[in-house]
Design a protein around this ligand. Structure first.
Ligand SMILES: [Zn+2]
Length: 216
């Protein structure tokens, strides 16, 4: 069915003053500049219509249609904007650009709101049928992002940094031990080599330096 696009589709249908500051449509143009903290704030507070909210009607092919609130239960990633009378996929809106090769193909629900209600259920089902790799990756990316922001997991770069710091600390301890051993041998006129030199075939005989390192 051809989408009967009216001039208002995708354009504001409600005064900003009547909309929540966390209406996704209100914030949509600014999302690219959002810091991680603001993204996290949006994920936690994005406006969702209450049970008594009356969705506006639009004429589609001569029939009155409106957003169906049950879709919000069917599709947990779905977000409705009162400001635009349109629907978005929250994970894709926030994370699709960084995952998925076919993100360029995504338009409705991601780059612009879905506003044609007659075929909306099919469109929403197709978006979440597991075949859209961008959507799947965006959902995973958003879940990971939330866990990182809640500090349930340490980000990979921080994990690597911690491993590096541990390695540096371990190397410093080893170096300090080697210096102390060298100084000890020097101050006490002890040769680094030891009885091993007299019998190279005997593996159990260590040089003085080696023996002291092990002792330390
Ligand atoms: Zn999506």
């Amino acid at each position: 069915m051809a989408e009967n696009v009216t001039p208002t589709r995708g354009k504001p249908v409600e005064d900003k003053a009547n909309c929540s500051p966390f209406d996704l449509g209100v914030l949509f143009e600014e999302l690219r500049q959002f810091s991680d903290q603001r993204k996290f704030e949006l994920i936690n507070n994005v406006w969702r219509p209450g049970s008594t909210f009356l969705f506006p009607k639009t004429k589609e092919s001569g029939r009155n249609r409106r957003f169906n609130s049950s879709w919000l239960q069917d599709f947990p990633w779905l977000v409705y904007s009162r400001y635009l009378d349109g629907a978005f996929c929250l994970p894709c809106v926030l994370f699709a650009r960084q995952c998925g090769r076919n993100s360029a193909k995504l338009d409705k629900l991601v780059k612009s709101p879905l506003t044609f209600w007659t075929t909306a259920f099919n469109r929403l089902s197709n978006h979440a049928n597991g075949k859209c790799s961008t959507h799947n990756l965006s959902v995973i990316a958003m879940n990971n992002f939330v866990r990182v922001m809640k500090q349930e997991v340490v980000p990979v770069d921080q994990q690597l940094n911690t491993i590096l710091q541990q390695q540096i600390a371990k190397n410093r301890t080893i170096m300090a031990s080697l210096f102390k051993t060298v100084l000890f041998c020097g101050r006490n006129n002890i040769a680094f080599r030891g009885s091993r030199d007299e019998d190279p075939s005997n593996e159990s005989l260590k040089g003085n330096f080696q023996a002291l390192c092990i002792f330390e």
